[in-house]
Design a protein around this ligand. Structure first.
Ligand SMILES: Nc1ncnc2c1ncn2[C@@H]1O[C@H](COP(=O)(O)OP(=O)(O)OP(=O)(O)O)[C@@H](O)[C@H]1O
Ligand SMILES: Cc1ncc(CO)c(N)n1
Length: 265
């Protein structure tokens, strides 16, 4: 049986992040990808030119259509735009018997807001508590908890501050620190440091979405969280290494890198 994975996220017209990144990642990892669109962005390699969120009933209806008939083995959330959508999605996940990977998307790589400031409290008190794994980057950690991470040693404090809101596991992504690309996965007792060489490649649009979807895909296959995250980290590292120029700005990671010819793929 091919596992079913659902992404609840925004559309990136440029195809590198959001729903498009999620579905490509799911295909690459051998699961059936499905989507609940929360918002539509006009977006390319230069930034986000516009964003429109969907009515909450449109989001709920998409979710019910998928879950009630087809069923899901894992859910991933990305851009949720507003407090109303964050709360509705948290409620839907609460009633679904499947692991949930929550990527608390705040701003795009270019600094464009993808979540209203007024939604932060709903992320803290409604969404994080229903997450099996939360995957904030360092800017999102600072927004959510107030903890500013400037070195690897401060990632532990950041993880504890996020775990206080109730996710089962947190993956603190250190992709924005200099040096190796180091992430910390912990549930408060186990600690796993995931270290990969930093690829000197500016074409990294979509790293966060890709990693979270890859984790969801691996969880849907039944892997335990630490194993799922380690496999997802290997996939995103290869995708960053193969990231390519597109348009005049920051190009996307290559979701299909494992399909291209080459040794060790
Ligand atoms: N240059 C790089 N080389 C290797 N790995 C990287 C690089 N940049 C980021 N990563 C890894 O990519 C994953 C995503 O991390 P990152 O901190 O970039 O997420 P993000 O900021 O949420 O992404 P996005 O910009 O898509 O929102 C992490 O595992 C991180 O370590
Ligand atoms: C729609 C969308 N979701 C997430 C991100 C995160 O980078 C993005 N740029 N666009």
């Amino acid at each position: 049986m091919i596992p079913n994975v659902l992404t609840v996220a925004g559309s990136d017209s440029g195809g590198g992040a959001g729903i498009q990144a999620d579905l490509k990642t799911m295909l690459a990892l051998g699961v059936h990808g499905m989507s609940v669109v929360t918002a539509v962005t006009a977006q390319n390699s230069l930034g986000v030119q516009g964003a429109w969120e969907l009515p909450v009933e449109a989001v709920r209806a998409q979710y019910r259509s998928v879950v009630d008939d087809i069923g899901v083995q894992a859910v991933k959330t990305g851009m949720l735009a507003s407090a109303e959508l964050v709360e509705a999605v948290a409620e839907l996940i609460k009633g679904t018997d499947a692991p949930a990977v929550v990527d608390p998307v705040g701003v795009s790589k270019h600094g464009d807001a993808l979540l209203a400031a007024s939604a932060l409290d709903s992320v803290r008190t409604k969404l994080l508590p229903v997450a099996t794994v939360a995957t904030p980057n360092l800017d999102e950690v600072a927004q959510i908890t107030g903890v500013r991470v400037e070195s690897e040693s401060e990632m532990r404090e950041a993880a504890a501050a996020v775990l206080a809101y109730g996710p089962r596991w947190v993956l603190i992504k250190g992709g924005h620190l200099p040096g190796d690309a180091v992430d910390l996965l912990t549930d408060g007792s186990e600690e796993h440091w995931l270290r990969a060489p930093r690829h000197d490649n500016r074409h990294t649009h979509g790293t966060g979405c890709t990693l979270a979807s890859a984790i969801a895909a691996q969880l849907a296959k039944g892997r335990p969280v630490p194993e799922a995250v380690a496999a997802a980290k290997r996939y995103v590292t290869g995708a960053v290494a193969a990231g390519f120029a597109l348009g005049g700005g920051i190009g996307p990671v290559d979701h299909g890198w494992r399909f291209r010819a080459g040794p060790g793929r």
